[in-house]
Design a protein. Sequence first.
Length: 60
Amino acid sequence: MLQPLIPERVNTHPFGGGRPRVPDRTCANGICSGSTAHLRFQEWVAAGVFLELWRVGLER
């Protein structure tokens, strides 16, 4: 239920490179560093992911 709600990530690195991003599933499971999980959580809160997840849950 969560995957379709997560916004598409746009690489903002000036040369298109940078360090590979930890997969969303790994962050959702909390199987990554605490700082990575927290940063992803903050991104998802700002994008309204959890509010939408709550709404979808209510509909089901």
